[in-house]
Design a protein around this ligand. Structure first.
Ligand code: AMP
Ligand code: MG
Length: 407
């Protein structure tokens, strides 16, 4: 069995996956979804020249030094109205933020820069106003089309819709958009030693923690979680859960434990007999053993059982897999560069060290958050980042720059 590089293992997984189908949803249901179509603007943004201040729409030349004089207020333009009066020389219109600039005007003087001090809601416009300074042509005007031109592509397929993207789609007047449905990810744990979190402990048993960690990670990745539960180390028990995953039309099955070389590791055997399974040793630490295959056509990733190995394996392989299924470009937005605050050791495998990034003199400096054992959850809890020490590096001195993934 050869040792695969992390990148190679990930490529092999990703090459078997494609984005799940799309559906058209009302905008209000699209938060967190991934766009399945390019979005072109049908209109300019802003839609029309409008004021960015409460004040008076003016002709800037009227306010130049030497021209300064009181202007006759010939219109009152609240937001939402459609001004028809043309502002002539010596005239102004009271205007509110967001209201269309009236014809003839080319700038807005803010109300606080005029002699009109009555600013309470409901105050009628004055008959005349005295500007206290000059304004540039275009000052406090948001010109039509300054942000987006009609016909421009503003969002590309494959982008996660954050609140700000929803704002842009709403501004463009798009009530429905085509998004990928959320991938369905089935999750199982395996092991005779595992007890539910609320079960009283018994000798030799431990509480199942991976289910909680992986379930939360799957949901945070934007997938729809299908909890299969815990399979005891028996062939039929494992098979029953995997059959349920296949029946539920999962897009991906994730398991933890039961795929190593232990005498009771039935997961790999069952997957192999009802599908196919490659068992890989990946050149990484923690998390060397990794299983990948399909169960009745559903892609399957078998993570190691040790809690830190399962967690790291999720970030390295499952997150990109869910991203690909979701329609996102996998691995698009990941590392940042940080400096080691202390020397670190590795065994030459690509290592994912649990670390705490602290700010020192304006830079992020990394310190290990505890011993790097693959079951040390408290150290993972203290960590705010995974440091990536590349394959082939056995020690790195303090001050060395390394890649970090924020947790
Ligand atoms: P295995 O891959 O079954 O050999 O498990 C490796 C290690 O991970 C053992 O110490 C298991 O007890 C532990 N382990 C397996 N599954 C879980 C789980 N769901 N929660 C916590 N620890 C686990
Ligand atoms: Mg086991």
């Amino acid at each position: 069995m050869s040792l695969l590089s992390v990148a190679e293992a990930r490529e092999r997984i990703l090459s078997q996956l494609q984005a799940v189908p799309s559906e058209t949803l009302p905008l209000a249901e699209c938060a967190g979804r991934v766009l399945a179509e390019d979005i072109r603007a049908a209109t300019d943004l802003p839609l029309f020249d409008n004021s960015s201040m409460d004040g008076f729409a003016v002709r800037s030349e009227d306010l130049l030094d030497g021209n300064a004089r009181a202007l006759r207020v010939v219109a009152d333009i609240p937001a939402g109205s459609h001004p028809t009066v043309t502002i002539a020389s010596g005239q102004a219109a009271r205007i509110m933020t967001g209201a269309p600039l009236p014809p003839g005007a080319d700038a807005v003087i803010p109300v606080e820069d005029t002699d009109f001090q009555m600013r309470a809601a409901g105050t009628p416009a004055p008959e005349s106003v005295l500007p206290r300074r000059a304004v540039q042509r275009g000052e406090n005007v948001r010109p039509r089309g300054a942000d987006v031109k009609a016909g421009e592509t503003v969002l590309n397929a494959g982008r996660r819709l954050r609140p700000q993207e929803l704002g842009l789609l709403a501004t463009l007047g798009l009530p429905h958009v085509s998004v990928h449905r959320r991938p369905r990810v089935a999750l199982l744990s395996s092991g005779d030693e595992l007890l539910a979190v609320d079960a009283p402990l018994e000798p030799g048993k431990i509480h199942d923690s991976n289910s909680y960690v992986l379930a939360a990670l799957i949901e945070a990745a934007g997938a729809q979680l299908f909890r299969l539960g815990v399979a005891p180390d028996r062939r039929e028990a494992v098979e029953a859960l995997l059959e349920e995953a296949a029946r539920s039309k999962a897009d991906l099955i994730i398991s933890s434990a039961g795929v190593s070389v232990g005498a009771f590791d039935f997961v790999k055997e069952v997957v192999d007999s009802n599908g196919s399974l490659d068992f890989w040793r990946v050149n990484m630490r923690p998390g060397k053993p990794l299983a990948f295959g399909e169960y009745r056509g559903v892609p399957f990733i078998g993570l190691p059982g040790n809690p830190i190995s399962a967690f790291v394996g999720f970030h390295v392989f499952v997150q990109p897999a869910i991203d690909r299924l979701s329609g996102l470009p996998p691995m698009a937005h990941r590392g940042l560069r940080v400096r080691l605050g202390e020397p670190v050791e590795s065994d030459g495998r690509e290592s994912y060290l649990r670390a705490e990034l602290r700010e020192q003199d304006g830079a992020l400096v990394a310190f290990l958050s505890g011993h790097q054992g693959s079951a040390n959850l408290p150290a993972l809890v203290r960590a705010n980042a995974l440091l990536i020490i590349p394959a082939g590096v056995k020690s790195a001195p303090a001050g060395r720059e390394v890649e970090a993934w924020m947790l």
